[in-house]
Ligand binder design. Structure first.
Ligand code: KMH
Ligand code: ZN
Length: 279
């Protein structure tokens, strides 16, 4: 597996999420058709991976296995993107449904390293669940992206890797999810602290800042040589009071910021090498 040149920038797009309603944001891609179209536009704009949450016919979050499989197949047919399914789902999803996401055989899955207050809700990730999901990802040959919402979860990643070894594929990729009310602050200082504490086994990391923290986190991540996640899961305004028009608009902004930092958007093939998916 060739090493990816250091100037390459992985841009992951998280186009939908589980928190925003279609009613509040009609431009949110919630149908399969809209999701595929958004993914194609984002790939053309410079994204290499898509982090996927799906919705039902009423646009509500769902982890329906049939729909997940159909979504993976459609994204593989119509894009070259690395397909990452969310195992976080919505705060209301039972743990067993979240484990079953791996039955849809994505390339990658998100794996959150601990329980987090999530606004007024709780995003539940008890340690035994984290361990079970991790071992399942190793068994099923799905590459995890470790989602880190606070510094305690950075520490938990050390424990997980010490206990169960490396992910399938041998690479360790993390995403710092910052600025969630209940998680770590979306600031350059918090990002520097989290990056400093990452396990030595980490081979790549990205960051995303929720809402207002999005630009501070994006710029700090570039300054520290990290990768980026952007998308309407994380932010719905492009500037104060101005709604995001499309996910591609956010990818385009990430590409432009990356260019200023002399980084070149990574292709999906390079992303597969980075993540250990080319074996
Ligand atoms: N929707 C959040 C409760 C993930 O995708 O793994 C969890 C989340 C993380 O979005
Ligand atoms: Zn998510």
């Amino acid at each position: 597996m060739p090493d990816v040149p250091a100037d390459r920038l992985l841009i992951t797009v998280a186009p939908t999420g589980a928190e925003t309603s279609k009613q509040d944001c009609p431009q949110l891609p919630t149908t399969l058709e809209e999701l595929v179209k958004a993914a194609q536009e984002c790939e053309a704009a410079g994204a290499a991976m898509v982090h996927v949450h799906i919705r039902d016919d009423e646009h509500r979050p769902t982890l329906d296995l049939g729909r997940l499989k159909e979504t993976v197949a459609a994204l593989r047919e119509h894009t070259g993107l690395v397909v990452q399914l969310s195992t976080g789902g919505s705060v209301h999803d039972p743990l067993e449904d979240r484990l079953r996401v791996l039955d849809a055989e994505p390339d990658s899955c998100s794996l959150t390293m601990g329980t987090t207050n999530f606004g007024d809700d709780v995003f539940s990730n008890p340690w035994p669940f984290v361990c079970e999901l991790y071992q399942l990802s190793q068994e099923r040959k799905v590459v995890p992206e470790f989602e880190l919402f606070d510094l305690g979860q950075v520490h938990a990643l050390h424990r997980l890797l010490d206990k169960y070894g490396l992910p399938w594929g041998g690479k360790v990729h993390c995403d710092l999810v910052m600025g969630v009310p209940g998680g770590m602050n979306g600031t350059a200082d918090a990002l520097v602290a989290a990056v400093r504490d990452l396990p030595a086994a980490v081979t790549s990391w990205s960051a995303t800042g929720i809402g207002r923290s999005t630009l501070a986190v994006l710029l700090a991540a570039l300054a520290k040589g990290g990768h980026l996640r952007v998308g309407m899961e994380d932010v719905l305004t492009i500037s104060r009071g101005v709604p995001v028009e499309s996910n591609a608009q956010l990818v385009e902004r990430a590409v432009a910021a990356g260019r200023l930092a002399q980084r070149t958007p990574m292709t999906p093939a390079e992303a597969k090498d980075l993540l250990g998916l080319s074996a």
